[in-house]
Design a protein around this ligand. Structure first.
Ligand code: ATP
Ligand code: MG
Length: 554
């Protein structure tokens, strides 16, 4: 289906209605509002594709706004990584903005609320405030400070700003209704005192607005038309609207969609930070991480991630998406875009006994049968490396690889017939012997033979050594956050296996970090940034087939 044929998602329907009714003067302005307290993950990709996608589709604009109101957890490193990841995913923001740039404006909004009698300074402790909130069945109780005069509130709020008070001694609360059926509207705190250094405003401020009094206000300041957030904020919407109405500011509107949940994954930044800080992974961009930087390093193409976000669509109800679907999108893309190469992961020697010792052939091998992309030269000689699993001394009937007496094609080269093998004292195969059929040259085969099996190989004297890191799912259960005990107990110990010495064909010597390949019969791999001039390192992006599907069917 093309995008045009696809039915609209519910947010597109809202936007089209707004455009038809000229609700915001025919304007569409969205924003992506990350808190710079961690790296972006695949869940964020969904929000990015949605917000930037709407702007693109409706000729609108999309801002990148850093929601930086919590000085203790935010860092510039995160700001930089977020920008890199959005661009890598293929999007460009119209304006780069920071909630912290609006601190003065938001402070003045609070003063305006005080002046209207819609906010007051409360000296109660956080415990007292919590104890008087009431419950869904019980109304809350008014604070003894609720009826302070406007003058007193203005003076106290100014003193809060002037650093006269310690953290937690006073808060500013909206004065709404302590019996409101929605607990979020029972005089919510909107400003708290926090003596902390901010990554952008330094020590200018010692009081910071809370989420509900920063997010909507920033939307309004930027004149965002459609403020899209995840479902857990649905109950915040009346508060979002209340502030806008009381302040008489630009009427941005909030819409909620279901966040992305993926099997075998955790997505909360707090949990991801734990994995990094406690050494379960090496870094935020560890290829096992569900972060965009981890996926990039693992070899996931940005188009595959965008296609995945498009495929899952935008829903109004929470659901859980199978990680296999993401892997399917990755495979589908890589199948079309990555060149094929030969790499032997678990090598054993193959000697072609009738091939002269000092002879060599150079074969032209096709790079990509799906999307033709030329050929490369692959050298061939008497001694080759092949996969240990491609030989069996005693083979079952349906084994179409090497076994004594059997014929097999060496990919892009000759048909060989297996003669037997040598073994060490423990019975391990050390060498396999074959003869080749000179007339069976690939592309010019006059042997008249048909063989069922084709295996990959690397010429031993031309091969280069490399390291391969086999990555698998980070967790061994579908929903690690929903299991008993700590989510870290469910980490898949097999999520990384290192093969320190594999043999790669010489063509790969020029691979640079980020280059993606299909290792024939073995999966998709990507050169890692840890590669050095001496040693290339490749990450397994994904296997050729869904190995887990078989596992589940057992
Ligand atoms: P976390 O709980 O992991 O810290 P967050 O929602 O607090 O995530 P933000 O940086 O505030 O992270 O998120 C920025 C934007 O990304 C928000 O609009 C949020 O709704 C969206 N987002 C975050 N996680 C997901 C997800 N799993 N699926 C879809 N959108 C998400
Ligand atoms: Mg958040």
């Amino acid at each position: 289906m093309t995008t045009e044929e696809k039915s609209l998602n519910f947010i597109e329907e809202i936007v089209e209605k707004d455009l038809a009714e000229s609700t915001h003067g025919g304007r569409v302005l969205t924003r992506f509002p990350p808190e710079p307290n961690g790296y972006l993950h695949i869940g964020h990709a969904k929000a990015i594709c949605l917000n930037f996608g709407l702007a693109k589709k409706y000729n609108g604009r999309c801002n990148l706004r850093f929601d930086d109101t919590n000085p203790t957890t935010e860092e510039t490193e995160y700001v930089d990584s977020i920008k890199t990841d959005i661009q890598w995913l293929g999007f460009q923001w119209d304006e780069e903005l920071y909630t912290s740039d609006y601190f003065e404006k938001i402070y003045n909004f609070a003063v305006a609320l005080i002046n209207k009698g819609c906010a007051y300074v409360d000296d109660s402790t956080p415990e007292e405030i919590a104890a008087t909130k009431g419950s869904t069945t019980e109304p809350g109780k008014n604070s003894p400070y609720r009826d302070r005069t406007v003058e007193e509130n203005l003076r106290l709020f100014a003193e809060m700003k002037e650093a006269k008070y310690e953290d937690g001694v006073k808060v500013l609360r909206a004065r709404i209704d302590m019996a409101h059926p929605n607990l979020l509207l029972r005089d919510p705190a909107i400003y708290r005192i926090k003596h902390a250094h901010h990554h952008r405003t330094g020590d200018t401020w010692c009081l910071y607005p809370l989420y509900d009094f920063a997010h909507g206000q920033s939307d309004s300041i930027e004149e965002i038309t459609h403020s899209i957030c995840t479902l857990e904020f649905i109950h915040h919407r009346p508060l979002y609207n209340w502030f806008i109405e009381q302040l008489g500011i630009f009427p941005s509107r909030q819409y909620e969609f279901a966040r992305l949940n993926l099997t075998y994954t955790v997505m909360s930044k707090r949990k991801l930070l734990k994995l990094v800080n406690e050494g379960y992974v090496t870094s935020w961009d560890d290829p096992r991480m569900p972060t965009l930087s981890g996926m990039r390093r693992r070899g996931y193409p940005p188009e595959a991630i965008r296609n995945f976000c498009d495929t899952i669509g935008v829903a109004r109800r929470e659901n859980m998406i199978d990680l296999s679907l993401l892997e399917f999108c990755v495979r589908e893309n890589l199948n079309k875009t990555s060149d094929r190469v030969m790499v032997v992961l678990d090598p054993v020697k193959l000697i072609i006994t009738n091939y002269p010792e000092d002879a060599e052939d150079i074969f032209d091998a096709e790079n990509n049968p799906e999307t033709p992309n030329g050929t490369r030269q692959v050298p061939f000689s008497r001694e080759l490396w092949i996969e240990r699993e491609d030989f069996m001394e005693v083979a079952p009937k349906k084994y179409f690889r090497l076994a004594p007496g059997k014929l097999v094609r060496l990919k892009s080269a000759y048909i060989v017939q297996c003669e037997g093998c040598l073994k060490d004292d423990n019975g391990n195969v050390t060498e396999i012997h074959c003869t080749y059929l000179p007339e069976s040259k690939s592309g010019n085969d006059t042997s008249g033979l048909t063989v069922k099996g084709t295996i990959h190989w690397v010429s031993a004297k031309h091969a280069l050594k490399a390291e391969v890191r086999l990555y698998d799912r980070l967790f061994k259960v579908e929903d690690p956050s929903n299991e008993e005990g700590d989510f870290k107990d469910y980490i898949n110990p097999g999520a990384l296996e290192v093969l320190p010495e594999v043999y790669i064909e010489p063509f790969l010597k020029d691979a640079v970090p980020g280059n993606r390949y299909q290792f024939l019969r073995k999966g998709y791999y990507c050169a890692d940034k840890d590669s050095t001039g001496e040693k290339l390192i490749f990450n397994r992006t994904v296997t050729l087939k869904d190995a887990w599907a078989k596992e589940m069917a057992k």
